[in-house]
Write a protein that binds this ligand. Sequence first.
Ligand SMILES: *[C@@H]1O[C@H](CO)[C@@H](O)[C@H](O)[C@H]1NC(C)=O
Length: 212
Amino acid sequence: MAPLPLFSLLFTFLLSLTPTFSTNSEGNALHALRSRLSDPTNVLQSWDPTLVNPCTWFHVTCDSNNHVIRLDLGNSNISGSLGSELGELKHLQYLELYRNDITGKIPKELGNLKNLVSMDLYENRFEGEIPKSLAKLKSIRFLRLNNNKLTGSIPRELTRLSNLKVFDVSNNDLCGTIPVDGPFATFPMESFEHNRLSGPELQGLVPYDFGC
Ligand SMILES: *[C@@H]1O[C@H](CO)[C@@H](O)[C@H](O)[C@H]1NC(C)=O
């Protein structure tokens, strides 16, 4: 009779709904980010995880397919740290987190953001090394990490970023020499000032010790 097939039909229907929620990985990633951050002026108040996608949240911009392409949280009074979940925002083109009070490391998973054009993390309190994985950001044009507390050397892998137009790591605690290959041939010395860098690497001495 009816009850059993009806039940299984209903069950199948409910199962089919589940992926609709669980595949909103971009919303989940942003909500995970929010849970890490302290937000005293409620800039993230509209980030409601029960919505189908994050495209109506303030400071989030999506494309016509409801994929997140911009995160605009510069000058937002936020503190806390970033996590690996940001690497889930596969369609992200602009990551704007400048002039906040964010601490901790730059997650290496940010290297998974293949479509990223601009990453602005300047004027925060990021520490640790610049991840080598950022060399995977083939589309990146603007990479500003200045005025943080970054240590270690500038990864040589970044010289492969052929689209890079603006690179600024001034006012950190970086050491070693300054790369001169690829786009690094064009960056002004101001991009490197106020670190413990020992000057441009000498041509012909590659692979000399780039370490610190
Ligand atoms: C950040 O904090 C300052 C001082 O509390 C406030 O004037 C400003 O509006 C805040 N900015 C945002 C984006 O909420």
